[in-house]
Ligand binder design. Structure first.
Ligand SMILES: *Cc1c(COP(=O)(O)O)cnc(C)c1O
Length: 397
């Protein structure tokens, strides 16, 4: 079965192998050298002042970040299920909170965020998604962050980039906290979160330390340890070994194609400049597949749900979503439903991780065949004709 859900994503054999070695003790030189590679990889990828790894799913990093930085009041943006989570975090922790709520297919605008800030000077932290996975929606994060910082330099901006990190290049100039998760574009099993921190975030942590994060999620304690290539508590050693292999694969991509990069044996050390080239290639690859899939969806007479679609996934609006998903599954392709009130009115095809073109193409074929079986549209191969046409235009083939 091809796993085409927007998290978890499939873990390639080579990453699985890297995680299948005997368990290392985390207080050893051997592990410290693996951890140093993971830090180098993340610093290259995120281009931020500091990076942290936590043993938690993405939500843990969201909660920990809010608790470290919000001292007076949180403003959060809710354009879907993940955006709603900020409010639940505030409620669970008795934090003063206000939120802007949009329909799940509609991005918030920078103007709306600015107006909310202007009307409430007690807000010190803004939390939002880069990509709201509930509806496959891309928020204009970079513009919002730029305008918010121009208005008030001292607002801390926390961006949940769990379905953007590793998918597309992100301009982190105006972002203080950038959150990622192992089970999305990193193609690792769930259980580890990734945090990028700005210079300003580090200053705030040091000048205004808060104990709200409790003992386990103290960024200051983690920073003190992780700068020395160790962790405060027992590290998720297996996932960190897998993360290093992910960086090796991306680096190999700089000089070879995807199949060879996934299968190579790695003799080279991680090198920032090669890794950055590999990432540029990985982003081009993901974007090409996402855009080509959109063209195929169009050619099949289907419509994307969000007004501003993300590259991480294609969310398709269709009244027969449940039936289409069921038919696709019978053809060997597992795609995701929606959630809550749009559970059965959309289905979501993942583009995160390093996906083979032949797999993405088969998913489109399975979709077109499903429409045929359900009597919705007869099969003529238009999906793949348009998918490959788009890839050729983007000079990917
Ligand atoms: C997957 C995802 C999360 C993380 O949720 P966990 O289940 O805690 O890992 C958070 N935000 C977005 C946008 C996601 O897609």
């Amino acid at each position: 079965m091809l796993l085409f859900t927007p998290g978890p994503t499939p873990t390639p054999e080579s990453i699985r192998q890297a995680m299948a070695t005997p368990t290392l003790h985390h207080r050893t030189k051997e592990f410290e050298s693996i951890f140093a590679k993971a830090r180098l990889g993340l610093q290259t990828m995120l281009n931020m002042e500091e990076v942290l790894l936590l043993a938690s799913s993405g939500t843990g990093a969201m909660e920990a970040s809010v608790l470290q930085f919000c001292h007076s009041k949180l403003l959060s943006i809710s354009c879907g299920k993940f955006g709603q989570r900020w409010g639940k975090i505030a409620l669970a922790n008795n934090l003063p909170h206000t939120e802007l709520v949009k329909e799940w297919d509609t991005p918030i605008s920078a103007q709306e965020v600015l107006e909310a800030l202007q009307s409430d000077p007690s807000i010190d932290t803004l939390a939002l998604q880069v990509c709201e996975s509930a509806g496959g929606l891309r928020l204009p994060l970079e513009q919002i962050a730029r305008e918010v910082k121009a208005y008030r330099q001292d607002i801390i901006i926390i961006a949940d980039a769990i379905t953007a990190m590793g998918v597309e290049p992100l301009d982190t100039t105006h972002i203080d906290v950038l959150i990622g998760g192992s089970q999305k574009a990193f193609m690792l099993p769930p259980g580890m979160s990734i945090i990028g921190l700005s210079k300003r975030a580090l200053e705030v942590l040091e000048v205004r330390p808060t104990h709200r994060g409790g003992l386990y999620f103290s960024f200051l304690t983690e920073l003190k340890n992780q700068r020395k290539n160790t962790t405060a508590w027992t590290a998720p050693t297996t996932l960190i070994s897998g993360l290093v292999r992910y960086f090796e694969i991306v680096q190999a991509l700089a000089n070879t194609n995807l199949d060879s990069a996934l299968e190579s044996t790695f003799t080279q050390e991680l090198d920032s400049s090669l890794l950055a080239q590999g990432f540029a290639k990985a982003y081009t690859h993901t974007k090409a597949i996402a855009l080509a899939t959109r063209e195929a969806i169009n050619a099949l007479g289907l419509f994307l749900y969000p007004k501003s679609p993300a590259l991480a996934m294609s969310a398709i609006a269709h009244a027969d979503s449940a039936k289409i998903r069921q038919r696709m599954k019978a053809l060997g392709v597992n795609v995701a439903a929606g959630q809550d009130h749009i559970k059965d009115s959309i289905f979501r095809i993942n583009h995160m991780g390093l996906i083979h073109i032949y797999e993405a193409s088969y998913a489109i074929n399975a979709l077109e065949l499903s429409l045929d079986t359900l009597g919705l549209r007869s099969f003529d191969g238009a999906g793949n004709a348009s998918f490959f046409g788009a890839l050729k235009k983007q000079e990917i083939l």
